[in-house]
Design a protein around this ligand. Structure first.
Ligand SMILES: Cc1cc2nc3c(=O)[nH]c(=O)nc-3n(C[C@H](O)[C@H](O)[C@H](O)COP(=O)(O)OP(=O)(O)OC[C@H]3O[C@@H](n4cnc5c(N)ncnc54)[C@H](O)[C@@H]3O)c2cc1C
Length: 468
């Protein structure tokens, strides 16, 4: 790996030719919202920036559910990190997974054994799905939605379920194929459930003539008493529920998932049958956080000081979703949101510059611009300050905010046009089932041979009620 091995330093990069001062090395782990912003904010500064990410792209996670439900293509919401930092002279990008950090030696190790030294370290690795200790059993049957690969796998499973239903002569089996369960009633669960319902209604009417009479069923299961419990006004939770129900989504709150298997989801009232189950119920810190050997909260987030640095290691900053920071005067840590990550990225870049200038650290202050969740086209909820919005106006606000973010993210008007067009016109050009011999996976849905006779009885799908 270029210039990565300890002891093989590249002097030309590390010494300022004019002033003969050693240039400080800033290593950033993670090219998500937090890490990429930190790297960009160090442009033109007298430091060398190395951004390491296990994937080669920056991902716009807020629109992942649109890839999962075939509204957008992967390239609409992902962008090569290398391209994002192409014009930044003091930055380089390394593709690699960081597996260990030696805080004393100021050195980190990558999966392939390569090592990197740093003067300042910014850890911005985000979170991963949390199946509450049941990963091995549940993750197979209930896909999470954190990465592009997961979104594409969800898309594949959803579209294959429709293909299988088209060929399935048995009404009960068709009903199961057209039943979708989303676990977790936070913003992502609400968005996925709403988008699935719209996709199902749209795709069945347009593309699957033999299934036109079918009634797909989308069920959203939430353990808590209401949807969107994390920070949303209870009135907006109720509005989101109503809007989902208008779209045909069944919402079950106060419902705890006891088990998930190939048949569906077991809750206290019985088995909810469904061929497709999706998991949006929890996230936890990545294992790299544990390996730092510093205090973590119950969710595996790293507890940081007010300036986002580690206790005892002022040269190490932890930012974004993986950081646990309780602002002064508050009792709750900052939420895992893109604006928090972006603001912290810019903030730690400033702290590094201040440190080099001998100035004291500042405390991070989050500028809260509000929160929003979309339920479907023309349906959303949003709150900012004391303002509460729902329905079309909230959805328009959601659209403007996401388009504005995307412009900053891709900076390409053609992408903006394509995205807006496909989104507003319902042209789901991304309804592609990819993967070699993907049709063979119909067997996973119990469609072994192609039964091509027309469905004989009503194809309607009843709710996936208690069947066992
Ligand atoms: C489906 C979904 C919808 C969301 N919707 C919204 C929304 O509407 N509004 C909102 O504000 N927020 C939303 N969020 C949350 C928002 O996306 C996160 O708050 C934000 O992405 C956090 O940024 P981050 O930089 O901390 O982490 P991430 O964006 O997760 O980036 C982490 C990066 O670190 C890399 N990485 C991880 N481990 C390693 C390693 N060991 N070595 C090298 N690289 C590594 C990853 O590849 C990744 O690129 C959503 C999240 C999801 C999953």
């Amino acid at each position: 790996m270029e210039g990565a091995a300890v002891g093989r330093r590249a002097p030309a990069r590390r010494w300022s030719a004019l002033r003969l001062e050693r240039v400080n090395e800033v290593v950033i782990i993670g090219g998500g919202f937090a890490g990429l912003r930190a790297a960009r904010a160090l442009a033109g500064r007298a430091v060398e920036v190395t951004l390491v990410d296990r994937s080669n792209h920056h991902l716009f996670q807020p629109l992942l559910y649109q890839v999962a439900t075939a509204a957008l293509s992967p390239a609409d919401i992902a962008y090569p990190i290398r391209a994002a930092l192409r014009s930044q002279d003091n930055a380089r990008v390394l593709l690699g997974e960081v597996t260990a950090v030696d805080l004393e030696q100021r050195r980190l190790t990558l999966l392939d054994g390569a090592q990197l030294r740093y003067d300042f370290l910014v850890v911005a690795v985000g979170m991963k799905n949390d199946y509450f200790g049941r990963e091995e059993r549940w993750a197979t049957h209930a896909l999470g939605l954190k990465t592009l690969d997961e979104a594409l796998e969800i898309r594949r499973r959803v579209l294959l379920a429709f293909e299988a239903a088209e060929r399935e002569p048995d009404a009960d089996k068709r009903r199961r194929l057209l039943s979708f369960i989303v676990i977790g009633g936070g913003p992502t669960g609400v968005e996925v459930a709403g988008a699935l319902s719209e996709l199902a209604a749209n795709i069945l009417a347009e593309d699957f003539r033999r299934l036109r009479a079918a009634k797909p069923h989308v069920l959203l299961v939430e353990r808590g008493e209401r949807l969107l419990s994390g920070g949303f006004d209870p009135r907006l939770s109720a509005r989101a529920r109503t809007q989902l129900e208008e779209l045909g989504v069944e919402v079950r709150t106060s419902t705890e998932v006891l088990d998930i298997d190939e048949r569906g989801v077991r809750v206290s009232s019985g088995l909810l049958e469904a061929a497709n189950v999706f998991w949006t119920a929890g996230v936890k810190g990545r294992s790299l956080a544990q390996r730092l050997g510093v205090p973590l909260d119950r969710g595996g987030r790293v507890i940081v000081r007010p300036d986002c640095s580690l206790e005892g290691h002022p040269e190490v900053f932890v930012i974004g979703d993986i950081a646990h920071l309780v602002p002064a005067g508050s009792e709750r840590p900052l939420p895992g949101l893109a604006p928090v990550a972006i603001q912290q990225g810019g903030f730690v870049a400033r702290q590094i510059v201040r440190r080099l200038a001998g100035e004291p650290p500042e405390a991070f202050r989050y500028v809260d611009k509000g929160i929003m969740a979309t339920v479907g086209r023309s349906r959303a909820v949003a709150q900012t300050g004391r303002l509460r919005l729902s329905g079309l106006i909230a959805w328009l606000a959601w659209l403007v905010v996401h388009i504005a973010y995307l412009i900053g993210f891709r900076n390409r008007s053609s992408v903006l046009f394509n995205w807006t067009w496909s989104y507003l016109t319902f042209k789901r050009g991304a309804r592609l089932i990819t993967g070699e011999r993907s049709w063979a996976r119909l067997a996973e849905y119990g469609v072994a041979s192609p039964p091509l006779e027309a469905p004989t009885e009503s194809s309607g799908a009843a709710p996936p009620g208690s069947l066992g």
